[in-house]
Structure formats: structure tokens, C-alpha cells
Design a protein around this ligand. Structure first.
Ligand SMILES: Cc1cc2nc3c(=O)[nH]c(=O)nc-3n(C[C@H](O)[C@H](O)[C@H](O)COP(=O)(O)OP(=O)(O)OC[C@H]3O[C@@H](n4cnc5c(N)ncnc54)[C@H](O)[C@@H]3O)c2cc1C
Length: 495
């Protein structure tokens, strides 16, 4: 694969394989020839003993050379954890920027780099926040923290979770929601209380819509609160979304410490949030499209290069392709191929003249599918990123709706702009950019089978938001999956 913009000292995997002298075992795969690594001498494998064994015997650490395929949040978290456990990690990434789906895009006409999609984190994302601190990226300065406040752009709906001890903060927030009638508020409190009493475990097979029906949630309450919340958390509409997964999200944001329910909004682009800091500590190979893995008893081949072990931190459809030819892969392939996906569209606007600041950096939009108004959220980039208010910038997010893929880009852009200008007083638009991730996230459907980190091959592990983390497709799930996959592989190799 051609790799424009790759630093001169890097060569593609294809080039390196071509340069390799005939018959010589491939040592330190992917590492530039002139840049011997610290562990190079360790990498000269003694006959008959595994790398891991030698690392333990000689250095007292279980150091192996492990390939991590994919530099999304899962792959980077896995590689940093592997390093922490005493291994050497080489990260192979097809793109030229770390962060995967949550990454910065190449420079554009906007005041600050655009992301592949606007993201939002929660106070409950403990693993992510810990990792940021570990990498010297303080969440206190990189994230805008605000108490959970869902407020519609027209001001008619507002749920604000007050700073009270859990669970009173959640119950008070629901009990005083503006824009709901008394019976609607009571119904919401009743449902959350019931879920809490059930340890947040509704029946596995229920959809969110079925859960709402069983608990007689009024239509208006579902439309104003539960449906947008479910779409935001699971990127899956309530009629097919898994009630169990939705309950987990509610538990994490409403039943932990009061600060767990806080909303955390990036104040920088997503790559600079922490992925670039992680990449700076790692052996990164950009522009590397990995096609296959071949696990053996003592090592693993990744596109022909030899490692002690590997973690596939790529989406399930890509992992499926990589292992398809391996004997015994059928049961895992069934699981990997069982995912369905939903799109997310992000429209960024730059306005030609100043506008009044939004009452808070994140507002809900009123949807009206009959009129093609499919956007759910608007974010104030000017405030979050500290941009010049003379040319304000906003981001509109539209999740899951099939129209995102059916409409032409220009029609979708026009509809989102119309929806926004009906709900906010907008100056004329100077610049607009629409990004659509067709497979934004997997759909969280009831009964969805998700794989664990270990595979039938002891030297191959899986990481990614789709693995069995207990979370829907979110950043925290990706980070946890990376850390857990690294730990599981470490344990398997050192057992
Ligand atoms: C538009 C959008 C908005 C979102 N909003 C939120 C949000 O607000 N909050 C939230 O928590 N989550 C959100 N998510 C979900 C979140 O982005 C994902 O859960 C997370 O980024 C997944 O990380 P990952 O590492 O598992 O996968 P990915 O980010 O997909 O990483 C996989 C990596 O593997 C690389 N790769 C793939 N194939 C190969 C190959 N063959 N060889 C080499 N490299 C390969 C890819 O380039 C990529 O870098 C959003 C997602 C999208 C798309």
C-alpha cells in the first residue's frame, strides 16, 4: 500500500519483506533497519524457548514483542498496558493518525481541526480518565465537565441532575424535569427505581421499547427523554435497542458517585486528547494494512512478520477477514459476523457573523422525521475549543437514522441546516462540512453475542468496543477492552 506522508525512515511492510535476505528469520518486524530497539538483543530468539520464557528467565520481566493491529482507542490502550506489563508493543495502523473512529481529520477551512465525529464522555469513564492521567493529559484541562443537563435548544425541556448524593441526584433530576407533566416525571422515577431494585437487570430479551411499554411509560416521556437518551447512549433506536444494555448505561451514569453522571466534552481535537501522547510512547507503524494473521504454537505471523503474540484491535468485520482462513475459526466467525451497524453523521458549520452564546455547550434538537429533521444534538465548538467568536462554529450530530445513508449529502446537509435554524437564531453559514461514518457503531440489540478477549489461539487476542465489555459501542468500552485484552494475553503467555 502506498503511504504518502510517511516519515522517510519508515518503509512499508511489503518493502521490508522484499528486502529480507532469503531464509533469514524475520526479527523485530516492521522496525526500521537503522533504528535498533532497546529490546533488539532480547528479540534474538534462543532455540527451543519462547520469547516470554527467556524474558522472564533473564530479565525478570515477561517481555515479549506483541503486534497490536489498529490504533483506535482500544489498540492504543492495549499497547500502553502491554508496555506497562513489560512487553514491547508495535502498533500497525492503516491510517496516518492515531485514534481510529475518535480521531482528528486532516486540516480544513475551520478554525480548529475537525474530528471524525463529535464525541462526548461521561464522568463514569474511569478507565479512560485514568489512562489520560497516566499519559500526562489531565482531564481537568482537556475536558469540559458539566453536571448532566439535557436541555432542548428551544428551552422547553430541561433535565438537570443536581449535586446530591447518589441516587438522590438522579431521582431529584428526573422528579424536577422541565417539560414533563407530573405523571410523566413520576413514571420516569418509578422506572429508574424499579431498575435499581432489580440491580439494573431487566430481562435479557427485552428491547427498550418493550421495557417502556411494560412499565407504562407515557408516550411523551419516551419521545422526550428515553428515546433520545437511548439513541445517544447506544446509537440504536428504542424499538430494536437492548433494554439490558440501556439499563447498564443508566446504572453507570445514575447509580455511581454523583460525578459519574457528569458530561465531559473535549476541549481539543480527539487525537490530542490522549491518542497522540500514547502514540509518542509507542512503536507506531502507520500506513500498514494488515491482511492476515497466522498463529503458531510459539509465535504468530502478522502479514508474514513474526511476533510473540498479537492483539487485533480492529472492528469485527475486519477481524473476521483476518482470521477467516484459519482452521477452527468458524465459531468465532459466526460471532464476528453477527454484528449489524448504524451510521452517525456530523455536520460542522462556520457562521459568517457572531451569534449569542448557547446557554450551554450541548443542546438537544427536536426531531421531526416527517420533515427530514433527523439531528439530535448541537455542540458549541466556539466555546468548547476557545475559537474566535467573530466566526462561530457549531457541530450537529445525527445518529442512526436510515435517511443518513439514503439521502444525498447535499440534501442531508440542507435538512440539518434547516432544522438547526428553525430551533436556534443562526447567522448565515460561511462553511459547512458533513462527515458520515456509515458503520459508526454496532447496534446494541437484545441477545447480541459479543466475543471475549481470548481466542482459540493462545497467542491471539481481540480488543475493541464490540468485545464483551458490558458497554455499548463507546470510548470507555474501547479503552477497557484494550486494557483487559492486554492483561488476558499477558496472563495466557506467562501462565
Ligand atoms: C461519529 C461517531 C460518534 C461517536 N460518538 C461517541 C460518543 O459521543 N461517546 C462515545 O463514548 N463513543 C462514541 N462513538 C463510539 C467510539 O468512537 C467508538 O466506540 C471507539 O472509537 C471505538 O474504538 P476501537 O478502538 O474499538 O475501534 P476503532 O476506533 O474503529 O479502531 C480500529 C482501528 O483499526 C484500524 N484498522 C482497521 N483495519 C485495519 C487493518 N486491516 N490494518 C491496520 N489497521 C486497521 C482502523 O483504521 C482504526 O484506527 C462514536 C463513534 C462515531 C463513529
Amino acid at each position: 500500500m502506498s503511504a504518502p506522508g510517511r516519515p522517510k525512515h519508515e518503509s512499508s511492510l511489503g518493502e521490508e519483506v522484499a528486502q529480507r535476505p532469503e531464509g533469514r528469520p524475520f526479527v523485530a518486524p516492521g522496525r526500521p533497519k537503522h533504528e535498533p530497539s532497546l529490546g533488539e538483543e532480547v528479540a534474538q530468539r534462543p532455540e527451543g524457548r519462547s520469547f516470554i520464557e527467556r524474558g522472564r528467565d533473564d530479565a525478570g520481566v515477561a517481555g515479549g514483542h506483541i503486534a497490536v493491529v489498529g490504533a483506535g482507542w482500544a489498540g492504543l490502550a492495549a499497547a500502553i498496558e502491554l508496555q506497562r506489563l513489560g512487553h514491547r508493543a508495535t502498533v500497525l495502523e492503516v491510517r496516518h493518525e492515531p485514534g481510529g473512529r475518535a480521531r482528528q481529520l486532516p486540516p480544513s477551512r475551520f478554525q480548529a481541526p475537525l474530528d471524525n465525529g463529535q464525541h462526548l464522555l461521561l464522568g463514569a469513564y474511569h478507565a479512560t480518565l485514568r489512562l489520560m492521567r497516566q499519559l500526562g493529559c489531565p482531564p481537568e484541562t482537556k475536558l469540559w465537565r458539566m453536571p448532566l443537563t439535557l436541555r432542548s435548544a428551544d428551552g422547553e425541556f430541561q433535565l438537570r441532575v443536581p449535586r446530591l448524593p447518589s441516587p438522590w441526584h438522579a431521582l431529584a433530576g428526573l422528579g424536577f424535569t422541565r417539560g414533563l407533566t407530573g405523571p410523566e416525571r413520576w413514571a420516569a422515577v418509578r422506572l429508574v427505581w424499579w431498575l435499581r431494585q432489580r440491580n439494573w437487570h431487566p430481562e435479557d430479551t427485552l428491547t427498550v421499547a418493550e421495557l417502556m411499554a411494560r412499565h407504562r411509560q407515557p408516550f411523551a416521556l419516551t419521545r422526550k427523554l428515553w428515546a433520545p437518551l437511548c439513541l445517544a447512549a447506544l446509537n440504536t433506536p428504542i424499538d430494536i435497542a437492548c433494554a439490558q444494555m440501556f439499563a447498564h448505561v443508566l446504572r453507570d451514569s445514575l447509580d455511581g458517585a454523583a460525578s459519574d453522571s457528569d458530561l465531559l466534552l473535549p476541549r481539543t481535537d480527539l487525537s490530542r486528547l490522549w491518542p497522540q501522547a500514547a502514540a509518542a510512547r509507542l512503536d507506531m507503524r502507520y500506513g500498514q494494512l494488515v491482511r492476515s494473521v497466522q498463529p503458531g504454537p510459539n509465535d504468530i505471523q502478522v502479514d508474514g512478520a513474526t511476533y510473540d503474540a498479537a492483539i487485533l484491535a480492529v472492528p469485527p468485520y475486519m477481524a473476521s477477514r483476518m482470521i477467516a482462513a484459519l482452521p477452527g475459526s468458524a465459531p468465532l466467525l459466526d460471532v464476528l459476523d453477527g454484528f449489524s451497524y448504524a451510521p452517525i453523521a456530523t455536520l460542522t458549520l462556520q457562521l459568517a457573523s457572531p451569534m449569542p452564546a448557547l446557554p450551554q455547550p450541548l443542546l438537544m434538537l427536536r426531531e421531526d422525521h416527517d420533515r427530514g429533521h433527523v439531528g439530535q444534538w448541537v455542540f458549541d465548538r466556539t466555546r468548547l475549543l476557545g475559537l474566535d467568536p467573530a466566526r462561530p462554529e457549531l457541530t450537529v450530530v445525527a445518529s442512526q437514522h436510515p435517511a443518513l445513508l439514503d439521502l444525498s449529502r447535499s440534501t442531508l446537509m440542507q435538512r440539518l441546516r434547516t432544522q438547526l435554524s428553525e430551533q436556534l437564531a443562526l447567522p448565515p453559514v460561511a462553511e459547512a462540512e458533513l462527515i458520515i461514518e456509515k458503520r459508526g457503531t454496532f447496534e446494541s440489540r437484545p441477545g447480541l453475542a459479543r466475543p471475549g478477549h481470548l481466542t482459540p489461539w493462545p497467542r491471539l487476542a481481540l480488543a475493541g468496543d464490540y468485545t464483551d465489555t458490558g458497554y455499548p459501542a463507546v470510548l470507555e468500552g474501547a479503552v477497557r477492552s484494550g486494557i483487559d485484552a492486554a492483561a488476558a494475553l499477558h496472563d495466557a503467555l506467562t501462565a
